[in-house]
Design a protein around this ligand. Structure first.
Ligand code: SAH
Ligand code: SF4
Ligand code: F3S
Length: 461
């Protein structure tokens, strides 16, 4: 691995990422861990000395993709005379480690989400081993303590994992099994990482966790801090203009976090708050621990704290036992809230979860029909929300060049992508943009003030 001068030989690393933002963050950290070994990123399979598939197990489709990708990688590896390290990471690796090595013996490394700090050692072991090297324990030590402090810049918008795992055990969900028990990082480590991200150019940080608002990390005072307290502290990090967090559980939305939405201007008025269903019967079967009415009252409190708060959610169509009446209750809840954005999924039975063996599995055709209705309504609401932005002047964080020459792209406080004409020098700044039109998935606008004064004013705010 080292040439005669002592510097690591240059190698190419390709990482493919599926699943949630947590996996996006983990992929970046795996690249950071492997950088000292001489691995630099590539997009090309032919060029890659190592390929990592960072996988997702949440629905059956996501899992299938991994195996089809592995088939293609086998050919690429053969074309290189076997000179390619293939690693499967993430939640499929955690859940199906043994099946992966049985079905795809050309895989060299299988590692769960809690083991990626061990990658360098695993790469070395794989070079010597005959079979695959597998690491899917939940090691008691904190992987975050073993990650390098140096990291490749993430850009203007960055992710920061503050919490991992889940103890909620919703009937349908694999996450408690793939990510393990809930764990919160200490506040000091989070603040240090936030400062590093800002030094590398981040202006917006999205705090990540499978249950991010269950965060209870140890504060500098030795007590457990909740997310609201953490957000207030992050808001004081110089140069950090915007804070977001995802994904939240309705049960963990406490008073202090709701108050932070009213009191911390850097906390953006957008909240992803999965509800899954609008039927109390189904919510009970799902083990969600709240009713539809609890959710609606929570939304009221949040909107009272921050009237311009935009809400997003996740909905599952066709959980076992769901009737047409339950589906109608979900449609009614969606109408009652009015979401700015949402994700909706057809229920997918996951091996090992309680819902997979429940009575009353719903027919595919009924699931399809219900999902189509849900998605039509959500699309309508999203378009209406985007159109309602027209005429406003919004503070836009400029993320980089747009698709067309002379065009820049950015995001509003409500997370809408915006395109407008402007110079590239605006990247990383927050500028006022007059919204001219709302489309189904984005907005178009125009700079609202002459360039010299507006960027300074907004940035000072
Ligand atoms: N921690 C988050 C969700 C993580 S999974 C939360 O508690 O809300 C992201 C979304 O995938 C879930 O909100 C759910 O809507 C969906 N999902 C999870 N398991 C699923 C399954 N078996 N079938 C269909 N959708 C599922
Ligand atoms: Fe899965 Fe429920 Fe935990 Fe979310 S809260 S990760 S849906 S078990
Ligand atoms: Fe998928 Fe694992 Fe995230 S199952 S959604 S990658 S936590």
């Amino acid at each position: 691995m080292t040439d005669t001068t002592g510097t690591p030989a240059r190698k190419r690393l390709l990482i493919r990422t599926w699943g949630c933002q947590m996996n996006v963050y983990d992929s970046a950290r795996m690249a950071d861990v492997l950088a000292p070994l001489g691995y630099a990123p590539t997009e090309s399979v032919e060029e890659a000395d190592m390929v990592i598939l960072n996988t997702c197990h949440i629905r059956e489709k996501a899992t299938e993709k991994v195996f089809s990708d592995l088939g293609r990688l086998r050919e690429a590896k053969q074309a290189r005379g076997g000179e390619m390290v293939i690693a499967v990471a993430g939640c499929v690796a955690q859940a199906e480690g043994a099946e992966i090595t049985a079905r795809a013996p050309w895989v060299d490394i299988v590692l769960g989400p809690q083991s990626y700090h061990r990658l360098p050692e695993m790469v070395a072991r794989a070079a010597r081993a005959a079979g695959a090297v597998i690491e899917t324990e939940f090691p008691p030590e904190d992987k975050f303590d073993h990650l390098p402090e140096t990291a490749a810049p993430q850009g203007v918008t960055a992710f920061l994992t503050i919490q991992e795992g889940c103890d909620k055990f919703c009937s349908f969900c694999v996450v408690p099994y793939t990510r393990g028990a809930e764990y919160s990082r200490p506040v000091a480590a989070i603040l240090a990482e936030a400062r590093r991200l800002v030094a590398l150019g981040a202006r917006e940080i999205t705090l990540l966790g499978q249950n991010v608002n269950a965060f209870h990390g140890e504060g500098p005072d030795g007590r457990a801090w909740g997310l609201g307290r953490l957000v207030r502290s992050l808001a004081e990090v110089e140069g950090l203009a915007r804070i977001r967090y995802t994904t939240s559980h309705p049960r963990d939305m406490d008073e202090d976090l709701i108050a932070a939405h009213a009191e911390v201007p850097a906390l953006m008025p957008f909240l992803h708050l999965p509800v899954q269903s609008g039927s109390d019967r189904v919510l009970r079967m799902m083990n969600r621990g709240h009713t539809a009415d609890d959710y609606l009252r929570l939304v009221e409190r949040l909107r009272a704290a921050r009237p311009d708060l935009a809400l997003s959610t996740d909905i599952i169509a066709g959980h076992p036992g769901e009737t047409e009446a339950d589906h109608a209750a979900t449609m009614a809840l969606i109408r009652a809230v009015g979401f700015a954005q949402a994700f909706s999924f057809k229920y997918s039975a996951r091996p090992g979860t309680p819902a997979a063996t429940m009575a009353g599995q719903v027919e595919e055709a009924a699931k399809d029909a219900r999902l189509a209705e849900i998605q039509a309504l959500l699309r309508e609401q999203q378009t209406a929300f985007n159109r309602s932005r027209a005429g406003m002047v919004a503070d836009v964080l400029v993320t980089g060049p747009g698709r067309h020459p002379g065009q820049m792209a950015g995001r509003t406080p409500w997370l809408n992508p915006v395109h407008f004409e402007g110079p590239e020098s605006l990247a990383g700044r927050i500028v006022p943009v007059k919204i001219l039109a709302g489309h189904p998935n984005s907005l178009t606008g125009a700079l609202a003030a002459p360039l010299h004064d507006q960027s300074r004013e907004r940035d000072a705010a």
